[in-house]
Write a new protein. Structure first.
Length: 224
């Protein structure tokens, strides 16, 4: 590519000259690949400007940064370091904390006989354990409904394990209960008031069938 072509291409991608482009590329080393992409600088355009993979490596970019920009790396990815082999004691909270701190997931932890109970005793909450892969059916044995709500489980997931009145008791909205499949009659039995139920998203016909026919101007959005 001759000099005129480089200048024209620079202007085409938003840079006044090759020097400004090079300055931006150098800034990208200490910023991020995402920042470089936000400037419209992806592998295809950079290669066209003469910045091939080897050249970018010499400037200081890492393999990971270049792959994120879109370069195809000729270098094999480094294998992750093997986890340190150690005999862990499932009843020793320090050992459990060490395992989770080292990045062991729920599958590996279960394989060693460690349960949600051991993890809870070691100081981990429901969010921590859900994040590493423990399932609702395991978490429910050690944590309260309020804890499970805090993790983000919705009533539709919880009705397999808890009665509706208990689920209602931890503060789910009538809308959330309706989406879980509970009927108007269920919500009345759970203690929701009529105004709450009327605005929960049930159809007008369903509301009338249950005797909730006193619709106000605030319920004109309800489904027919």
């Amino acid at each position: 590519m001759d000099e005129d072509e480089r200048w024209n291409l620079c202007k085409k991608i938003g840079f006044k000259d090759p020097a400004q482009l090079h300055k931006c590329i150098m800034e990208g080393i200490r910023k991020s690949a995402g920042w470089l992409r936000s400037k419209g600088l992806i592998a295809g355009k950079l290669i066209e400007m003469g910045y091939d993979y080897t050249g970018m490596k010499k400037l200081g970019y890492t393999r990971e940064q270049l792959v994120e920009i879109g370069y195809v790396s000729p270098e094999p990815a480094s294998p992750p370091p093997p986890k340190e082999k150690k005999s862990f004691n499932k009843t020793d909270s320090d050992d459990v904390r060490e395992m989770i701190g080292k990045g062991y997931d729920a599958k590996e932890i279960r394989h060693m006989g460690i349960t949600v109970h051991h993890c809870r005793v070691a100081g981990f909450d429901a969010r921590d354990l859900f994040r590493i892969g423990f399932r609702l059916e395991e978490l429910k044995e050690e944590f309260s409904l309020a804890d499970l709500k805090g993790v983000g489980f919705n009533p539709r997931e919880l009705i397999r394990y808890f009665p509706g009145n208990q689920i209602r008791g931890v503060g789910y909205t009538p809308q959330e209960m309706r989406c879980a499949g509970f009927t108007i009659r269920d919500l009345l039995n759970f203690g929701y008031n009529e105004n709450q139920i009327i605005t929960a998203g049930y159809s007008i016909n369903d509301l009338i069938k249950e005797g909730l026919s006193r619709l106000t101007k605030d319920t004109t959005h309800l489904r027919k």
